[in-house]
Write a protein that binds this ligand. Structure first.
Ligand code: AMP
Ligand code: MG
Length: 429
């Protein structure tokens, strides 16, 4: 899905036109989905090269707090893994050259023990999974593949040399880098940290992300809206999304669609590491977010992307901080965060790779669209991932439908028709 750099060179103009100019809206780029995504990734990585996070910001935290954090120092192997060749099966340690044949069992070795003797030709040692391979033996025959009668073991088959044995250092060598800087720590990484005895770990600070809702019609969640008002749900979904991307959200007071109020709150938001604004970026008379940001000497990278939902979408930088002006309709806010801002938060947080969890599945029914836009439509992905069904929904304001969807179907902009059974791309929710 990611486009090549050549076709996605984003054109980044600086807007330096004040609120009184009528033309301030005419020179910012409109990009395709691929171009806009490349633009975000490029701006974030260039920013990181220009201004790497200072060493003093790195935090030392305990292993139990480390899940979801991003590694700031590489993790090295404290020793070889495994330290000794060991059995990966319950069975008998043998010399492969003796098989097939009848062997004499000289004893046993359990996991957590070490056998002092040596397996001689014609001998076998009973061995448990995880136990070290004794001297003299080179392979392990599984208990299911032989018969034992007293101390007589019959093995009717041959074995490959080293079969069912994990050789010394086959997983890792002492001092080898096992996890690189910039890796987000999930359960497997936490297991590895525990494995190498890391009780504390160095991680990057979480990026602090300000969230600013704009709109005269928005009221607080604990208020009863009048018929023509709505509750401020966008800041809540954005806070969850920011946290999931590894950031630390702060919700600012609602900005009314007034120049001064919006400007003051936007300035406040630009003191954080990143600012997310919701609403106020369409073409309406009171959509003043872009004008406010232009007056804060913002550099705009794009202000429209050929996607649905979420066409008006502003990305830029002001006072050294990145901002996204996300469209206010809840589905647009959620989707544009997932496909653009999420990666920005991840990269700001020191992650090496930004995520965009796209998979392929087969359509359960025919589907058609008007061409021209990359669409991200709420859909239900079957439990086994094999089928995707687009959902009926009432457009980007339809939050109830979004809760019933577990994925977004992603359409190519230049294709009109799909038939049931066709492959289509899916963005996981
Ligand atoms: P706007 O992008 O400002 O034109 O807003 C478009 C629509 O999105 C509004 O009419 C509202 O219905 C909805 N909306 C805007 N801001 C929010 C918000 N903070 N929470 C929920 N819905 C919102
Ligand atoms: Mg608005």
């Amino acid at each position: 899905m990611e486009a090549s750099t050549a076709e996605t060179n984003c054109i980044c103009w600086a807007k330096q036109i004040g609120p009184s100019s009528a033309s301030y809206n005419t020179i910012v780029a409109t990009l395709t989905f691929q171009q806009a995504r490349q633009c975000v990734l490029r701006q974030l990585s260039e920013d990181r090269l220009r201004a790497p996070r200072p060493h003093s910001e790195i935090e030392q935290i305990g292993l139990s707090e480390a899940a979801g954090r991003v590694l700031a120092e590489p993790i090295l192997s404290d020793r070889d893994y495994p330290m000794l060749a060991r059995s990966v099966r319950d069975g008998f340690a043998v010399r492969a050259a003796d098989l097939p044949g009848e062997l004499f069992v000289i004893g046993e070795v359990r996991a957590g023990e070490s056998f002092a003797g040596e397996v001689q030709p014609g001998e076998a040692l009973e061995i448990m999974t995880g136990a070290p391979l004794p001297q003299g033996a080179d392979s392990v025959v599984m208990v299911e593949h032989c018969t034992l009668d007293g101390d007589r073991l019959t093995v009717p088959r041959t074995l490959d040399l080293g079969e069912n044995v994990s050789p010394k250092a086959s997983q890792a060598r002492e001092n080898e880098v096992l996890i690189e800087v910039g890796q987000r720590l999930g359960f497997a990484e936490i297991a590895l940290l525990a494995m190498v005895g890391a009780t504390t770990v160095s991680v990057y600070p979480r990026p602090r992300v300000a969230i600013l809702a704009t709109g005269d019609e928005i009221v607080e969640v604990n208020q009863t809206p009048l018929d023509y008002q709505i509750r401020n749900s966008n800041v809540e979904s954005l806070a969850v999304q920011v946290k999931r991307a590894g950031g630390c959200p702060t919700i600012l007071p609602i900005a009314r669609d007034l120049y001064q109020a919006t400007r003051e709150l936007a300035e406040q938001g630009l003191r954080f590491d990143m600012l997310l604004l919701s609403g106020g970026v369409s073409a309406g008379k009171y959509d003043i977010v872009e004008r406010v940001l232009a007056d804060l000497d913002a550099e705009f990278y794009f202000d429209r992307v050929l996607i649905m939902p979420g066409q008006p979408l502003v990305f830029g930088k002001a006072r050294g901080k990145f901002f996204f002006g996300l469209p206010g309709n809840p589905a647009s806010t959620m989707v544009t965060f997932e496909i653009f801002a999420r990666s920005a938060v991840e990269l700001l947080g020191g992650q090496k790779e930004a995520s965009l969890p796209l998979v392929w599945s087969k359509l359960s029914q025919d589907f058609r669209q008007k061409t021209g836009l990359t669409r991200f439509l709420p859909a239900v992905l079957s439990a086994d991932g094999s089928q995707i069904t687009p959902m009926a929904w009432q457009g980007s304001g339809d939050v109830p439908s979004l809760t019933r969807a577990n994925a977004f179907l992603v359409t190519e902009p230049d294709r009109e028709k799909w038939t049931a059974g066709d492959w289509i791309q899916v963005l996981l929710k």
